[in-house]
Design a protein around this ligand. Structure first.
Ligand code: ADP
Ligand code: MG
Length: 260
């Protein structure tokens, strides 16, 4: 049975006004099921991060709808939305890193503070999360004193501390050497396998994308392939666009676009 976690309908995002208007997303329809690992791939500027921010309810669309567990999120009040995000989602974003002058422990604890969890319980769970990412011994260190890979693992510890249903990761291995990147990947996929956490990963890295259960490829604000099938209405787009070596057409079948 399908268990749709997130779905979007004709999602559009326009940045700027009048002359400087830019349409970053041009009508995105998708469904993400619980337990999937989804790679969002495409060239720089194609709209990957914009889409992820909308799915993560960090930003609002210009038009279109986003449903979480079947509920339209546009109707939610800001406070409710913040609480929902804090409870259901974990984030591994480079730019979200953190208070570098504070300790690793305090950085990891933050979502629990927001959720109003008591101090003792906060510490217990933060240490548990740090153990998961093998950084318990760094709990008292300043976040700033860690290596890039360790910082990324702290982000993951913070992302999992609330037992989220979804982890959103924007280029999680982008700035790491390949050995460290591989460890981060392994950690994310083990959370997917063992805890059933849905992964939504924006990446440039074709190898990482291939490890996901599904790839959504975006060009100029539109989905051109999903689950390695070409969106019919976008067949031309894909022929025009992808000369960046990202696209291996051999495993792509043509999609039957289902009408509702
Ligand atoms: P990607 O993550 O695929 O590199 P983004 O989603 O960040 O792409 O951006 C898509 C397009 O929207 C880009 O052309 C970018 O310049 C534009 N864009 C993103 N954020 C803003 C913003 N806040 N204001 C104006 N334009 C933006
Ligand atoms: Mg981006």
């Amino acid at each position: 049975m399908k268990n749709v976690l997130l779905s979007t309908r004709d999602l559009r995002k326009v940045y700027g006004k009048r002359n400087s208007k830019f349409t970053a997303l041009k009508g995105i329809d998708l469904e993400i099921e619980t337990g999937e690992s989804v790679a969002i791939i495409g060239k720089s500027g194609s709209g990957k991060s914009t889409l992820m921010h909308l799915l993560a309810l960090l930003d609002t669309p210009t038009s279109g709808t986003i449903k979480l567990n079947g509920k339209n999120t546009s109707k939610l009040k800001k406070r409710k939305l913040n609480r929902l995000r804090n409870k259901e989602f974990g984030f591994v974003f480079q730019s979200f890193f953190m208070n570098s002058n504070d300790t690793v422990l305090n950085n990891v604890i933050l979502p629990l503070k927001i959720a109003g969890i008591r101090r003792k319980e906060r510490r217990r769970r933060a240490m548990e999360a740090l153990k998961t990412v093998e950084l318990a011994d760094k709990a008292k260190n300043k976040a700033n004193d860690l290596s890039g890979g360790q910082k990324q693992r702290v982000c993951i510890a913070r992302a999992i501390i609330n037992n989220p249903k979804v982890i959103f990761a924007d280029e999680p291995t982008g700035n790491l050497d390949s050995a460290t990147g591989a460890k981060i990947e392994e950690l994310l996929f083990s959370l997917n396998r063992e805890k059933g956490i849905t992964l939504i990963i924006v990446t440039h890295d074709e190898e990482l994308a291939q490890k996901c259960s599904r790839r959504i490829r975006i060009t100029d604000g539109q989905i051109v392939t999903d689950k390695d099938t070409i969106a019919k209405h976008n067949k031309k787009l894909i022929e025009d666009s992808d000369n960046d070596g990202m696209l291996d057409k051999s495993h792509i079948k043509e999609i039957e676009v289902e009408e509702e």
